[in-house]
Design a protein. Structure first.
Length: 49
């Protein structure tokens, strides 16, 4: 089963998520994960993200 990307991944609002939009969105998700761990006082490098 394929995961459905959040609507905000569709940066040009054409109703389709391109490969570049997907790559950008996944990178932003990673940044959010790192920031969340840092905010919790944890070292992101201790985790496989």
């Amino acid at each position: 089963m394929q995961m459905k990307e959040p609507k905000w991944f569709d940066l040009n609002h054409d109703g389709e998520i391109s490969r570049m939009e997907r790559i950008f969105g996944e990178g932003m998700d990673d940044i959010e994960k790192y920031q969340t761990l840092e905010d919790a006082g944890l070292d992101p490098s201790d985790f496989d993200l």
